[in-house]
Design a protein around this ligand. Sequence first.
Ligand code: ADP
Ligand code: MG
Length: 729
Amino acid sequence: MAELRFSALKEVFGRVPLETTPPANNISKYFGIDVFNLHKMEHYLSTEAFSVIKRAINEGKSLTLKEADQVAIGLKAWALERGVTHYTHWFHPLTDGTAEKHDAFIDFGDSGHLVENFSGGLLVQSEPDASSFPSGGIRNTFEARGYTAWDVSSPMFIVGNTLCIPTIFVSYTGEALDYKAPLLKSLSELDKAAVDICQYFDKDVTKVVPTLGVEQEYFLVDEALYYARPDLALADRTLMGHTASRDQQLADNYFGSIPRRVLCFIKDFECEAHKLGIPVKTRHNEVAPNQFEAAPIFEEVNLAVDHNQLLMDIMKRVARKHKFRALFHEKPYAGINGSGKHNNWSLSTNTGVNLLSPGKNPRTNLQFLTFLVSVLKSVYESNEMIRASVMSESNSWRLGGHEAPPAIISVFLGTYLSKMLDDISKKVSDSKMSPEQKTELKLGIGKIPEILLDNTDRNRTSPFAFTGNKFEFRAVGSSANCSAAMIALNSAVAFQLRKFKKDVDLLISKGRGKDEAIFQVLKKSILESKKVRFEGDNYSAEWMKEAKKRGLCSVESVPESISKYLTPESKEVLLGGGIFSEKELHSRVEVEYEKFTKKVQIESRVLADLAINHIVPTGIKYMSSLIENIKGMKEIFPENEYQKLSEPEREAVTIISDHIINIKKMVFEMVEERKKANVIEDSYKKALAYEKNVKPYLNSIRQHIDKLELIVDDEIWPLPKYRELLFTR
Ligand code: ADP
Ligand code: MG
């Protein structure tokens, strides 16, 4: 086995960066070339079809079959011109990836000849077999069909020779089986709730669109080394490996110069992304060695999510071309930074206003504060649900670890804004306010922009930080589909905005002026959500204690966190807002429990296999060579000298054999625990059993293996080591 490691290393050292020739033009010349965007629609569709589709996009209306037929004609013309042979309904099942099933455009024509065919019916709906996708019990085996329906709001695109049609995926009985359907519902809920609030301030606001900019972190590893690490290949993370003597201590990787071979890969995938209309803008080295980040310009949430999923696909594909593997797991290596997917989120109006950006006068700032405080209150009141949306088996290895936010969701506002909210809560009186009081308050909030410009103290340790004109939700895992986090956030904010409006309207009906009513509800919300605000170091031990005192939920158990989707508070938001039906919500939770159990199960199996079949034999082999040596010493040295000279080796034999005994014993116990957990029927209890009784072995077994790695002769160690995985490229 050690040969595999050494031949892999040899391969890596022989690699030459794969220079690819980017298009000779500036990015703007080929940006979106593979997307059927409005500009191309205008060119390829009849005037009538174009206006129909524009209306559908803007108003979320569906097309009639006749209208869809019209669109299909132009779409087919464009696609055939670009050499497209197949089409697929592209969707986001409840795995972390995307799904596609390709069909050729072909059909037999009237005269029996093969013709290229495509119709409105094929465009708007398809019926893939849903039986092999996670459904959490919704789909019965006798009703395996599901169907996909076109999402007009996300443009179609071409990958290779295939036209991809973004779709939602629902069961035959109408329940959502994907991320997109509830995401679209949450966006529409939030739109309506936010427009209603905006009406207090600006009658021209008729649409509010949540925006999202996703900073995607990832690791790269050479393909040859990846193949020599079965744990990376099967479980997406290293299940063993002693830390390298040097990793990120010197902080010399972050923003360092990007290695040439990596840059060739990045340029290549960025070019592909740009052709698909993904506005990738930023690239840089991250904190850990061989860790990087890619960030696009923000877009509407639905599109940004599609683009992020597509981007991960592109990166995986292009990485292979460059003999790399892109690792999106949250914690591929123990002991160094993990990867997140920072979700930068805001709200934008049809009038071009960012609702989370302080305005230029008291009026717009009152609007800004209304939205800011409503987000605060959402994160406070839906704290458990929001955390549930980011908890997963893979993210559990990252959260609370090196430079990663803990599993306590608090909000950072910055000292000035925080003080301003405290001021408001002090100055606003609950009784009717005098004109002087109101003027003073308005003068106070008129100053926000000035203050914010000075407010550069960004807290990098916060899981949910206000960063000047948006919130940055940093607890989201790098491998996740961000829809889950976005659904939770959008729904929670929509819920609070509705409550806010109800409270304000009630005060107005009691004779308060509009501004005064808003101030008073603001005050109430500020006081009620104060506990969620935290400006200090989220990584510190004191914060864990403090958060507990404040009653901020710090559940580290993944299944338990996920179960919080089902609390009365979460249900009020998710079911009340019409985002999920009761059945859908339960099925989703079920899917998450199962995912958790299966991931621990896979890791446990891979670890057991590697431990017993790779590591233990290697340990024994090295131990035997030591024993041979000790025997030889006994032959050639007089007894007293032999005792002294062979002592280190005799000691090593004891230590190695100790580790081997422990590894074998624990693997046996772990397998027994798995057997016990496997017979549990209830999926929640099963997940808890896996977490409590199986998962801890993953760390305790690796501790012995990692110690062995330090003792055993490097020449026979079978797996590429951390220093090789992290420092060769
Ligand atoms: P950082 O300092 O965290 O890297 P940046 O200013 O570079 O922050 O922005 C990070 C991400 O936030 C980018 O994807 C950017 O497009 C996005 N972003 C900026 N403004 C908004 C907004 N109004 N809504 C959503 N995302 C935004
Ligand atoms: Mg950021």
